[in-house]
Ligand binder design. Structure first.
Ligand code: UDP
Length: 484
C-alpha cells in the first residue's frame, strides 16, 4: 500500500545559486518532516550539493539526489561546463534560459521512473506544468522571490508596456501605494513572451511555495494567499536559511569558502556592529570603474568593511589591476578585508561585528539579512532587485538606499556609476552612526529578526504552513489513489 509510506517530493531547481541554495534547503526542510525528498540536477551542480545531501542522508534524513545530463552545448550554444547561471555572462542569460527547455525529455523520463507524488519546480521551467498534469501529480512553483515582488510583478501586467525611462509611477491596489521607477523594473517586463508562459504555467499549477514568513510582509502574504479564484494556493516556507541552518553547516564543513577561518577570526577582532559587509550576490557583473569607486569609497569612509568581490564569469572578467587602487589593501590593512570569490554569507551576517549589509537586494540576501537582524544599505542592480528594495526601505523600514534607481538604464548594460563620494556619504553616516534614523532602522531590523525566529519554531506561522502543506499533499495522494 503506497499510501502508507511518506509522500515523495521531487525538487527541480533552476541552476543558479540564488535558486539552488534555497531549493536544496527546502528539500532538506521537508525531509526533516519525514517527506521523501529527491533533488534533480546536472553533474556539475550535483557536485556542489552532494556533501549536503550525503551528510543529511547519513543522519537518516530521506534526502537523495538524481543527476541528469546538462543539454549538449551543440544544441544550446553554451560552452561546455556552463551548467549554472553564475558561470554565464549577463549577455548570455537568455541563452541559458532557452537551454532549459531541453530538460523536458529527461525530466519526463524521470517522472515515469520515480513516480513522485509532487513536483516542486522552479517557475522558469514553465513546461513542467504540462508534465505534472500528464503524470497526474500536483506541481508546486518555486519563484525564488518573495510575496511582495511576486505581487508587484503580477500587478505590473496592468501597466505594460512600460517604456524604460527615468520617470516613476505609483502602483495602486497595494496595501501601501508603491513608487516604482520605470528604469528600476525587472528585465522581465521587456519579455512579454516569458511573462505569458509564466502566467499560463501558473494557472495549470497546484500552488506556490514562497521563501518568506508571514510577519515579514503580512499584507502581501495575505493577499498572495487569497488572491486567486483559480485556486492556486500559497504556502510560506521561509526563511529557509533559518529553517535548517544548512548554509552554516555547509560553511563549517568548508564547502563555501577556503577563507572562512581567516575571515571569522578577523570579524572576531572587531567591535559589535562596527563592520559593513558588502556583497552583491552570485550573478552580478560589476564594471571595473564601479569596483574602483566602491574601493575608494570604502577606504575614504574610515569604516571597517568586509567586501566580497565575485570572480567574474570568464567572458567579461575584469582584470583586477585595472580597478584595484594601487596599494589599496596595504592602506586599509586591519580595517578592511577583500574576499575574492565566495564568503559564507549566512555566517558573516550572523556575526555580532557586522552592523550593516550593503546588498544588491537579491531575495536570499535580503532574507538572510532580516534573519540576522542586520539593517541594509540597498544597491540593487537588475531583475526584481529594485522592487525588493522598495520592500526593504519603503515598506519594512529596515534599509537605506545607496542610490536612486531611476538613474540606471534598463536597456544598457553600462548603467550608472555610483561615485566614491556617494559611498562615503551613506556608509560614513550609517555604519556605527547614531541619530534617530539609524536607530529606528536598526531597531526594526532586530524586531524582524526576532519575528523570523518565531516563524520557524514549532507552532510558528512557517512551521504551520509546512506541516499543513504536507498533510494536504498526503490527502491529495490518497484521493488520487482512490480514483485509479
Ligand atoms: N552567497 C554566499 N556568499 C557569497 C555570495 C552569495 O553565500 O559570497 C549566497 C547568499 O547567501 C545567497 C545566495 O548566495 O544565499 C545569493 O542569492 P541572492 O538571491 O541574494 O542573489 P543572486 O545571487 O540570486 O543575485
Amino acid at each position: 500500500d503506497a499510501s502508507a509510506g511518506p509522500i515523495h517530493m521531487l525538487f527541480f531547481p533552476l541552476m543558479s545559486p540564488g535558486h539552488m541554495i534555497p531549493m536544496v534547503d527546502m528539500a532538506r526542510l521537508f525531509a526533516t518532516h519525514g517527506v521523501r525528498s529527491t533533488i534533480v540536477t546536472t553533474p556539475l551542480n550535483a557536485a556542489n550539493i552532494r556533501l549536503t545531501v550525503d551528510s543529511s542522508a547519513a543522519r537518516g534524513l530521506p534526502l537523495s539526489l538524481r543527476v541528469i545530463p546538462f543539454p549538449d552545448p551543440a544544441a544550446t550554444g553554451l560552452a561546455p561546463g556552463q551548467e549554472n547561471l553564475s558561470a554565464v555572462s549577463t549577455a548570455h542569460f537568455n541563452t541559458f534560459v532557452m537551454a532549459l527547455f531541453h530538460f523536458q525529455a529527461p525530466l519526463a523520463a524521470l517522472l515515469r521512473e520515480l513516480r513522485p507524488d509532487v513536483l516542486v519546480s522552479d517557475s522558469l521551467f514553465t513546461w513542467t506544468a504540462d508534465l505534472a498534469l500528464e503524470n497526474g501529480i500536483p506541481r508546486l512553483i518555486f519563484h525564488g522571490a518573495g510575496a511582495f515582488p511576486l505581487f508587484v510583478l503580477s500587478n505590473l501586467v496592468n501597466y505594460l508596456p512600460v517604456e524604460p525611462s527615468t520617470e516613476s509611477f505609483i502602483m495602486n491596489g497595494l496595501p501601501h501605494p508603491i513608487r516604482l521607477y520605470k528604469n528600476g523594473l525587472p528585465e522581465l517586463v521587456d519579455n512579454l513572451f516569458m511573462l505569458k508562459l509564466l502566467g499560463e504555467a501558473e494557472a495549470k499549477s497546484y500552488g506556490v511555495v514562497v521563501n518568506t514568513f508571514h510577519d515579514m510582509e503580512p499584507s502581501y502574504v495575505n493577499y498572495y494567499k487569497n488572491r486567486n479564484q483559480a485556486g492556486i494556493k500559497a504556502w510560506c516556507v521561509g526563511p529557509i536559511s533559518l529553517c535548517c541552518r544548512a548554509a552554516v553547516e555547509r560553511a563549517e564543513r568548508g564547502e563555501s569558502s577556503a577563507d572562512r577561518g581567516r575571515l571569522l577570526a578577523w570579524l572576531d577582532s572587531k567591535p559589535a556592529g562596527s563592520v559593513v559587509y558588502v556583497c552583491f550576490g552570485s550573478l552580478c557583473h560589476i564594471s571595473g570603474p564601479q569596483l574602483k569607486e566602491i574601493a575608494l569609497g570604502l577606504e575614504a569612509s574610515g569604516k571597517a568593511f568586509l567586501w566580497v568581490v565575485r570572480r567574474e564569469a570568464a567572458e567579461d572578467a575584469v582584470v583586477e589591476a585595472e580597478w584595484m587602487p594601487e596599494g589599496f589593501e596595504k592602506r586599509v590593512e586591519g580595517r578592511g578585508l577583500v574576499v575574492r570569490g565566495w564568503a559564507p554569507q549566512v555566517e558573516v551576517l550572523g556575526h555580532a561585528a557586522v552592523g550593516w549589509f550593503v546588498t544588491h537586494c537579491g531575495w536570499n540576501s535580503l532574507q538572510e539579512s532580516v534573519c540576522a537582524g542586520v539593517p541594509m544599505i540597498t544597491w540593487p542592480l537588475f531583475h526584481e532587485q529594485f522592487i525588493n528594495e522598495a520592500l526593504v526601505v519603503d515598506v519594512m523600514g529596515v534599509g537605506v538606499r545607496m542610490w536612486e534607481g531611476f538613474r540606471r538604464n534598463r536597456l544598457e548594460e553600462a548603467k550608472v556609476l555610483v561615485t566614491a563620494e556617494e559611498v562615503v556619504a551613506v556608509v560614513g553616516r550609517l555604519v556605527g552612526g547614531g541619530g534617530k534614523e539609524v536607530e529606528a532602522v536598526g531597531r526594526k531590523a532586530k524586531e524582524y529578526g526576532e519575528a523570523a525566529r518565531k516563524a520557524v519554531e514549532e507552532g510558528g506561522s512557517t512551521y504551520e504552513d509546512v506541516t499543513s502543506l504536507i498533510k494536504e499533499l498526503d490527502a491529495k495522494r490518497k484521493e488520487g489513489q482512490k480514483d485509479v
